[in-house]
Design a protein around this ligand. Structure first.
Ligand code: GLC
Length: 540
């Protein structure tokens, strides 16, 4: 495959802007901070960055509630700063992807505000899903769906005459009304938004909730209305993964191709696609649709050799087998960080979680396809599990009262340097407070310490990325499983790069006799210690 398709094996770093680096001293990261951090990312060796939403927004879901799709929220900077960031990234050879949110907007978007004051049945309401309620006075929601964040997926509005009126659909928070994609105005509006940013020189988009957009046209009741909220996954077959959505991805792909035809720079669309099977997932990455879709099954697999093997085999067969690329991911801003997730049972402490997270990283970087790294993953940051209730911002916590799987713990601002918070995160006064409190132990993970210590996560990621960039066996290409003992996965890439992972805790014989090129922990010749992964060149 020609290197022209740079994205097929790219490694992209997700920048959660509000927690990356704060240049203004208000405790919230911003675009100038991202620009200042680019040399760090260049050293790490990533191909590109994905920026979480920075558009004007009331921030009910940290920017995934967009009030204006074509501007920058003053919290994060302005368009001039955005342009400087894109130019600086281009100079360093780092691609820039933006996060676009087409399933829903903010209740502060002017079109939703217009819809609220407009009549039932008006053109302004037809841009959203407004419907009359059920029951004698319309006091029951139009159907029984639940929101992903808990509670009903419908909220009732007050009409101009002051009486309770229609309901509108929101698959997430009430402040995130869903667009009605059966209305052609919506597609036209997003077409303008894509072009607005492409004209400013970006390299592509991460698409939020890319299996959403269309709902079953009749909005019927669901047999299991709480399934989405219960599993925190988009499983309601009436609300997600409707066939019409593929038409949108074909149109967006055509827009990207149009820009590529002009300047030869290939643009990338990567979708957040949560669908039940790898086979359905593959439909989203057909050659005229999205370039990539995050394959979350790796992220959700338990730390067991058989589970990982099954996920990888299915991806290779059902996705790579169709000629598209698999997009691997272990962490993002919605998930408990690997170090903590793999640290179970907690009694064995975070050392085990850290060893497994390092091994998982080497495994992911050895797989054919593209990979995404979430900021702080390269530092081995653990989830911050003990944030007090009064600092939590996740709408999931506020709507359900549950702390289970809430998302603030993976969004705590990055430690850059020093012994005490704000650890160089904010360039303001010493007293400047990061928007979420950083625990004292973040000192151990600061980027300056990580870069000075060759045993750090940072060095493992950087060395892995350097080898990926230079070894022809890595990135795109074939994968063949090798026979291995239970609890160990071993495979060979291309003409002889072997990767093996020991999921157990006891050492086993290594599949290759020599010293590894790279390993996630100490790895003497001929042995693969527990909770360790290694790469060898097998030239026998
Ligand atoms: C996606 C985002 C998540 C957000 C949700 C609603 O899942 O990753 O952070 O809350 O969409 O936009």
């Amino acid at each position: 495959m020609s290197k022209y398709h740079w994205w097929r094996d790219a490694v992209i770093y997700q920048v959660y802007v509000r927690s990356f680096l704060d240049s203004t001293g208000d405790g919230v990261g911003d675009l100038a901070g991202v620009r200042a951090g680019l040399p760090y990312l260049k050293k790490l060796g990533v191909d590109g960055i994905w920026l979480s939403p920075f558009y004007p927004s009331p921030q009910h879901d940290h920017g995934y509630d967009v009030a204006d799709y074509r501007d920058v929220d003053p919290l994060f900077g302005d368009l001039a700063e955005f342009d400087l960031l894109v130019a600086a990234a281009r100079r360093l050879g780092i691609k820039v992807l933006l996060d676009i949110v087409p399933n829903h907007c903010s209740s502060g978007h002017p079109w939703f505000e217009e819809a609220l004051t407009a009549e039932p049945g008006s053109a302004a309401r037809a841009r959203f899903h407004f419907a009359d309620g059920r029951g004698a006075d319309g006091e029951e929601p139009p159907n029984n769906w639940h929101s992903m964040f808990g509670g009903p997926a419908w909220s009732r509005v007050t009409e101009a005459d002051g009486r309770p009126g229609q309901w509108y659909l929101h698959m997430f928070a009430p402040e995130q009304p869903d667009w009605n994609w059966r209305n052609p105005e919506i597609a036209a509006e997003f077409d303008r938004t894509l072009r607005f940013w492409l004209d400013r020189g970006i390299d592509g988009f991460r698409i939020d909730v890319a299996a959403g957009l269309f709902k079953h046209p009749e909005l019927p009741d669901s047999d299991d209305p709480e399934a989405d909220a219960r599993t925190r996954d988009s499983v309601n077959p009436l609300a997600w993964n409707q066939p019409e959505v593929h038409r949108v991805w074909r149109e967006w792909r055509a827009i990207c191709e149009e820009y590529t035809a002009r300047d030869g720079r290939e643009r990338l669309l990567v979708g957040e696609v949560s669908v039940p099977t790898a086979r359905e997932h593959a439909l989203y990455v057909r050659s005229d649709e999205l370039h990539q879709a995050f394959f979350f099954d790796l992220l959700s697999a338990p730390w067991e050799a058989d589970a990982f093997r099954k996920v990888i085999s299915e991806a290779m067969q059902d996705i790579a087998g169709t000629g598209s690329t698999v997009t691997w991911v272990l962490n993002n801003h919605d998930q408990v960080r690997t170090v903590t997730r793999y640290g179970e049972p907690a009694t064995e402490g975070s050392r085990l979680g850290a060893a497994r997270a390092r091994a998982a990283a080497l495994l992911m970087l050895a797989l054919p396809g593209a990979a995404y790294i979430y900021q702080g993953e390269e530092l081995g940051l653990p989830e911050v599990v003990d944030l007090p209730d009064d600092v939590l911002t996740d709408p999931i916590f506020h709507r359900t009262g549950s702390r289970a799987r809430i998302r603030d713990g993976c969004r705590v601002p990055l430690p850059w340097s020093g012994q005490a918070s704000p650890f160089g995160f904010t360039s303001g006064a010493e007293s400047a407070k990061p928007w979420l409190p950083q625990p004292e132990y973040f000192a151990e993970y600061a980027t300056d310490r990580a870069r000075a210590d060759t045993r750090s996560f940072w060095h493992l990621y950087r060395d892995g990325l350097q080898l990926r960039a230079t070894l022809p066996q890595l990135g795109e290409g074939s994968l063949h499983w090798l026979d291995s003992v239970p609890g160990v996965l071993a495979f060979v890439r291309g003409d002889g790069l072997v990767c093996a992972v020991n999921f157990g805790t006891a050492p086993t014989p290594a599949p290759v006799s020599g010293t590894p090129l790279l390993s996630s922990g100490p790895c003497p010749a001929g042995v693969l210690p527990g909770s360790t992964a290694a790469w060898w060149i097998n030239d026998r």
